[in-house]
Design a binder for this molecule. Structure first.
Ligand SMILES: Cc1cc2nc3c(=O)[nH]c(=O)nc-3n(C[C@H](O)[C@H](O)[C@H](O)COP(=O)(O)OP(=O)(O)OC[C@H]3O[C@@H](n4cnc5c(N)ncnc54)[C@H](O)[C@@H]3O)c2cc1C
Length: 246
């Protein structure tokens, strides 16, 4: 007998979970409070970014995730651009980090390339060339249109994997095999909560006990020039944390 699963939330985490469960032979129902997902996945998301992951399991997963995006986009006509990514250095210490990173990435087989300022100037018109020293190009990254993707993926999942969607329904209670919404309840073998930043609705007690508070992303308040000047030391991410200069 097939097992059943309920996924709460139709943002990118909910849609990815629904796909994964369906491929594992679950009958999946996604319940979303809005009539169209409208959370972080519409506002922020868009870059498929393997370079930000440390070598090993997480990088391999990011590359696999990119392959899944491409497969689904090719089948469903979603727009994507395999643009790669370019990290820029405007200060000697930033350049040093990029050089170290390039050596480490190359030794683990990542196809990155260091570019000097004239190369970048002639190839990328959008780059601020003032005081530019060089950059690190990686071909692994790609972009999708988050609005288009989150709007169209439910249709893809319904058509290809028979995932069911219940829209405009706020889940007000959930336990290990039952959710309540709109004065009704639905049972399943597995309940997956993918409600994004909304901790308060389903788990207010954990939210209070955990002393969590909502905050805004720092980049929202950073001037563009300051973003460009962030060094690995100021903004450590996992993939560069092991370098000598960090
Ligand atoms: C500035 C910024 C830039 C980013 N850029 C990228 C990027 O380029 N690439 C990348 O991969 N990630 C990026 N991220 C991270 C990414 O946006 C999030 O990790 C991702 O969108 C989270 O998806 P989610 O499905 O968990 O949440 P959401 O997209 O918020 O989805 C949660 C859904 O659950 C629904 N929901 C909530 N509670 C209930 C309930 N009780 N009942 C029913 N439905 C409910 C909501 O309506 C919503 O639709 C960025 C983040 C920020 C802040």
């Amino acid at each position: 007998m097939r097992r059943t699963a309920i996924v709460v939330g139709a943002g990118i985490a909910g849609l990815a979970t629904a796909r994964a469960l369906s491929l594992r032979k679950f009958d999946v129902t996604v319940i979303e409070r809005e009539y169209r997902a409208n959370g972080a996945s519409i506002r922020n998301f868009g870059m498929i970014w393997p370079i930000g992951q440390p070598a090993g399991k997480l990088y391999d997963r990011a590359i696999r995730s990119k392959m899944v995006w491409k497969e689904i986009a090719d089948k469903s006509g979603l727009w994507y651009n395999e643009s790669g990514s370019l990290h820029l250095a405007y200060h000697p210490d930033e350049w040093q980090v990029l050089q170290e990173l390039s050596a480490v990435f190359k030794s683990s087989g990542r196809p990155v390339q260091l570019l000097n300022a004239p190369d970048i100037t002639s190839a990328y018109k959008a780059v601020n060339h003032h005081n530019l020293i060089g950059g690190l190009f990686s071909p692994a990254e790609m972009v999708v249109d988050p609005g288009e993707a989150i709007r169209n993926l439910p249709q893809y999942l319904s058509q290809h994997l028979n995932v069911k969607f219940i829209w405009g329904s706020l889940v007000t209670r959930a336990n290990s095999n039952k959710v309540s919404f709109n004065n009704q309840s639905l049972q399943a073998d597995l309940i997956c909560i993918c409600s994004g930043a909304d901790f308060e609705t389903l788990y207010p007690e954990h939210f209070r006990q955990g002393k969590l508070s909502m905050s805004h992303c720092a980049t929202d308040f950073t001037k563009p020039e300051e973003k460009i000047k962030l060094t690995a030391r100021e903004a450590p991410i996992k993939s560069v944390a092991f370098l000598p200069s960090t």
